[in-house]
Write a protein that binds this ligand. Structure first.
Ligand code: NDP
Length: 513
């Protein structure tokens, strides 16, 4: 049985031919108990219906959890290198299907095709990295404090991982979560964003093809308030990994805390770039444009604040305005497009709502409205927007807009720039452009973010380093790198005493008697 209940339509949207996709539970593609479906549409042209997806319910989550529980006993005992081989096959399949997945992603969530390919590539990279963990997954072997005794620690799976993901990296983020969960021997219940169920379905199809045993990976589409909530509340799902809005993450953490669950949160950002007057301003302009308007500003690591040393403000504004005006909006599948649409109407309304605020707080340099270009009227497009003369505590410099909106904040010197950069509730990514090595090293020390770039924008994380942020960006966990294993494993410490007599550790053996 396949994920689709009806064949895919060719050409223009025809409601009668809209494919219907299913949930994936216990290795079978099944319909939701609700009997209801919802649509996924193309944000570049919302007349284009991609498919209908199952409106999952708490009862479907219960089925998925039972399947994951049944699969867990065998999966956790499968040798980790063998688990890693399945991840490796999955990575190969992702690579083989990269173009198909990237095109489906652009159609479903709007990012331009080269970026969609990059999103799939991140999935491939983490699959291969974590496949290798099947043969590493190091613990410690240490000397014991007693003679004839041996001590070591090993990682063990926690059980079932509840994976709740957003729409902005619809292949990469699920892979960043599921690959470490699976290689360490957990089974998975996966709830994707309701804006990108098609990408999730294509991903899980490939996971099934790679050979993950039935029940190891289960997909339940449907609303966060129902499906996500049921995963968070399930007493049989001891670990939750969530990426999304800070308010949603906080709510999940509060509910999960009552059940003493482990929760890994990757939340919002308000990432800043500092441009010193000694920097290569053309290079800085390239990095800022890419970081602010790539993925239409909808990356958690997107740059939305540029803090410029006073002497560089005018030349930077001139460059940024000229370059932002030259960016071409359109369908991300068109090779000429630089910036795709926002994800949906609500996202665009939110961005539009900040235009009046920005106009009061700063000075509009470019953008600020929906484009009037013919052919874009059915998509959720918004012009790349820059406000100048913004102050660090202004709302547009503090609140996560999650769109193509950039604030330029002038500052007299490095120290004032650092203060402004750190004056935010978030702490994901930051960057500095400078030619002075001392200033660069000070920034590496002073910037209070989980990721710092020097002479590069705020985006471009690599899978083999820890990814995540400080303050309200998360709750201290990290994805990717070896750090990702910490979310999905318990440490077990093992002592072997081969002395043949009672030896007492942690007792003061020097004391008389
Ligand atoms: P949301 O928090 O609205 O949604 C994220 C996921 O949570 C979706 O799958 C959603 O389901 C689900 N969800 C919604 N409500 C609940 C609930 N009550 N219980 C459980 N799950 C729920 O965020 P967005 O999808 O709008 O993503 C954008 C936000 O994510 C931005 O603020 C961005 O900064 C942040 N983000 C952070 C990243 C990071 O690594 N730090 C990376 C990417 C995004 P449904 O879609 O059905 O509503």
């Amino acid at each position: 049985m396949t994920s689709q209940a009806t064949p895919a339509p060719a050409g223009a949207p025809d409601p009668a031919a809209t494919p219907v996709f299913r949930l994936f539970i216990a290795g079978e593609w099944v319909e939701s108990i609700s009997g209801e479906t919802f649509q996924s549409r193309n944000p570049a042209d919302d007349r284009d219906v991609i498919g209908r997806f199952q409106q999952g319910t708490a009862a479907d989550v219960a089925r998925a959890v039972r399947a994951a529980e049944t699969a867990a006993a065998l999966w956790r005992r499968t040798p980790a290198p063998k688990r890693g081989e399945i991840l490796y096959r999955f990575g190969q399949l992702l690579a083989e299907h990269k173009e198909r997945l990237a095109r489906a992603m652009t159609r479903e969530m709007g990012k331009v095709l080269p970026e969609a390919r990059g999103d799939v590539q991140e999935g491939i990279d983490i699959a291969f990295l974590m496949a290798g963990e099947g043969r590493r997954m190091f613990g410690d072997t240490t000397p014991s404090e007693l003679p004839d005794k041996w001590a070591m620690s090993i990682r063990e799976p926690i059980g079932i991982a509840g994976i709740i993901t957003p729409w902005n990296f619809p292949i990469a983020i699920p892979c960043w979560k599921m690959m470490p969960a699976l290689v360490t021997g957990n089974t998975v219940v996966f709830k994707p964003a309701s804006d990108t169920p098609h990408c999730a379905t294509l991903l899980v199809e490939l996971m099934a093809e790679a050979g993950f045993p039935p029940g190891t990976v289960n997909l339940v589409t449907g609303p966060g308030g129902e499906v996500g909530d049921a995963i968070v509340e399930s007493p049989d799902v001891p670990v939750i990994s969530f990426t999304g809005h800070t308010s949603t993450g906080r709510r999940i953490a509060e509910r999960a805390a009552r059940r003493l669950k482990r929760v890994s949160l990757e939340l919002g950002g308000k990432n800043g770039i500092v441009v010193m007057a000694d920097a290569d301003l053309d290079l800085a302009t390239d990095g800022i444009l890419w970081s602010a308007f790539g993925t239409t500003g909808q990356r958690c690591t997107a740059c939305s604040r540029v803090i410029v040393e006073q002497a560089a403000v005018e030349p930077m504004l001139e460059r940024l305005e000229r370059r932002a005006k030259s960016l071409r909006l359109g369908d991300g599948l068109e090779p000429s497009t630089d910036v795709g649409p926002l994800i949906n109407g609500a996202a665009r309304e939110k961005v539009e709502g900040y235009m009046a605020i920005g106009g009061r707080e700063g000075e509009l340099v470019t953008g600020g409205r929906k484009p009037a270009n013919p052919g874009l009227e059915h998509g959720f497009f918004f012009e790349p927007t820059i406000f100048a003369d913004v102050k660090p505590m202004d709302r547009i410099a503090q609140e996560e807009i999650f769109g193509p909106v950039l604030s330029i904040i002038p500052m007299p010197d490095y120290q004032a720039a650092v203060t402004a950069l750190n004056q935010t509730r978030y702490g994901l990514s930051s960057s500095i452009y400078t030619h002075d090595a001392d200033t660069a090293f000070r920034a590496m020390r002073d910037f209070e973010t989980g990721i710092v770039y020097v002479n590069a924008g705020t985006i471009g994380a690599e899978t083999h380093l820890p990814f995540g942020g400080t303050k309200a960006t998360g709750n201290g966990h990290r994805e990717a790198g070896h750090a990702a294993l910490d979310t999905y494993t318990e440490w077990k410490s093992i002592y072997v005493d081969f002395s043949g007599r009672l030896q007492r550790a942690q007792i003061d053996n020097q004391s008389p008697g």
